[in-house]
Design a protein around this ligand. Structure first.
Ligand SMILES: [Fe+2]
Length: 287
């Protein structure tokens, strides 16, 4: 099965959101949607999500799933906004509970913040499958970047989130709480054991040095041959040494503080105060 894939690139956060469609019908899944956010003004905007909703309506699609590959630290999820307008169930990995536990503490969330993943409609584990019309989706648990990261395999496509990036850019950082470069290496090997012709769609692109255009589609064969971090049969030990040294120098993503507070709630906002206003926290010297 070769699903139709439409990509939506957000230049503000270098995120690619996808609409994956059953080739034999109108069912689709939306993967890693973006709610635009201007940190300086504290304003959200729905232009990226509205572009996806317009595509769904123009093509006459039925949204079955709103899938998150993980709790993103660099953009806000628009899954609840899209769900309210065109439906679909919000799914993520069951290890979200670990992430909720970690960041529930960092943000000193009270007992009203449930750490059982109940904000999501579906918690997936390794080996689960789901349906997008006639198209079957399979779930691979691919931790490393975060403990809850999933890869969604639908027909000949794999949506790998932040595990692999384009071959000339490499792999994702592993230094967030619960991350592990050794775990990421093992997860990547699992992805690379899919058939060579599998189409891989990455969660971000930053244009590698020397590349003029953004790109997000590659294959297992290409990644195996020339991924700059893991290609050519790179061993685990040298990958871990490279990844950890690199991660030690990376700044925090610009939107990590708002993103985590919202995405650990499945993209829903924290409860409003007595005036109906929503506030986010900035924990000092915690991250
Ligand atoms: Fe990420």
């Amino acid at each position: 099965m070769q699903p139709h894939v439409s990509a939506f690139f957000d230049e503000q956060t270098n995120t690619i959101s996808y609409v994956v469609k059953d080739p034999g019908g109108s069912a689709c899944a939306v993967i890693d949607s973006v709610l635009d956010f201007d940190y300086a003004s504290g304003r959200t905007d729905t232009r990226s999500a509205d572009a996806i909703i317009a595509h769904v309506k123009n093509e006459g699609l039925k949204v079955e799933w709103l899938l998150e590959t993980h709790v993103h630290a660099d953009h806000l999820s628009a899954a609840p906004y899209i769900q309210e307008r065109v439906g679909g169930k919000i799914g993520i990995g069951d290890q979200i509970t670990t992430v909720q536990d970690t960041f529930g503490k960092v943000f000193n969330e009270g007992t009203e913040f449930q750490r059982d993943g109940s904000q999501f409609d579906q918690l997936f584990v390794e080996g689960d499958s789901f349906a997008v019309g006639q198209l079957r989706g399979d779930v691979m648990h691919t931790p490393g970047h975060t403990p809850a990261c999933l890869t969604y395999v639908l027909g000949d496509t794999a949506f790998v989130g932040d595990t692999l990036f384009m071959p000339d850019f490499g792999t994702a950082r592993c230094d967030f709480p619960g991350g592990s470069s050794e775990m990421l290496y093992r997860s990547i090997q699992k992805i690379l054991s899919l058939p060579d012709e599998t189409r891989i769609f990455v969660g971000h692109d930053y244009k590698a040095p020397g590349r003029e255009e953004y790109a997000w589609e590659t294959t297992v064969a290409e990644q195996k041959a020339r991924n700059v971090h893991v290609g050519g049969g790179k061993d685990c030990e040298s990958f871990v040494a490279m990844r950890d040294a690199r991660d030690a120098k990376l700044p925090m993503p610009k939107l990590i503080i708002p993103s985590l507070q919202i995405n650990m709630r499945a993209g829903k906002m924290p409860p409003a105060d007595e005036h109906g206003d929503v506030m986010l926290k900035v924990p000092l010297n915690k991250l």
